[in-house]
Structure formats: C-alpha cells, structure tokens
Ligand binder design. Structure first.
Ligand SMILES: [Zn+2]
Ligand SMILES: [Zn+2]
Length: 99
C-alpha cells in the first residue's frame, strides 16, 4: 500500500502530494522525484515488483514524470531541502492511501 502526503515549501511555495521517498503499490515501486519541467514533486514509477510479469509498455513508463512524461532523475525525500530553491519543506500529512 502506498500513500500520498502533502508537502509544501515554506520559501518558494512549491506544493505537492507525493509519498516523500521510496514507496510501493501493489504492482509498482515508486520514488518521489523533482520534475524541473513541471517545477514540482512527483512520484515516478521505478519498476515493478518481482512477482509482476513485465510487459513492454511498462518499461517505457519508468522514471518518467506522470504529467509531462520526461525522464526525471532528481530524487527527493522527506526531511531534505526543497529541490527547487533549497528552502525548508514542511508537511507530511497523509491525504490519501492507494494500492
Ligand atoms: Zn522551495
Ligand atoms: Zn513533469
């Protein structure tokens, strides 16, 4: 079960609903990353669980921003500075749990 939590930068106002680090759903593993194109935090799919049979269409979606579909490689996790401005990010309240 993965979760989404609300984070907000106190300096630049960046706000996002992401898991805040490495997470996993029923089929996929995810990681929170910063998308410079969208200027926000997103959860990207980094792969599937071992028990899930990989299909060709899965692989095309790895490490990509769910919004703009670019490959994003800047990982962010709860407790580290804002990847956009270096400011402090607060929050962490759970807003939704997903499979
Ligand atoms: Zn910021
Ligand atoms: Zn993006």
């Amino acid at each position: 079960m993965g979760i989404s939590r609300h984070f907000e930068c106190q300096h630049c106002g960046l706000a996002a609903a992401v898991s805040g680090g490495d997470d996993a759903g029923k089929m996929t593993r995810t990681q929170t990353r910063y998308c410079p194109e969208c200027e926000t935090l997103v959860d990207v799919c980094t792969g599937l669980h071992d028990h899930v049979e990989e299909q060709p269409h899965h692989r095309r979606g790895y490490d990509r921003c769910p919004d703009c579909r670019r490959v994003v490689s800047i990982a962010w996790s709860d407790g580290t500075p804002c990847p956009r401005c270096g400011g402090e990010i607060t929050g962490g309240d759970v807003i939704v749990a997903w499979d």
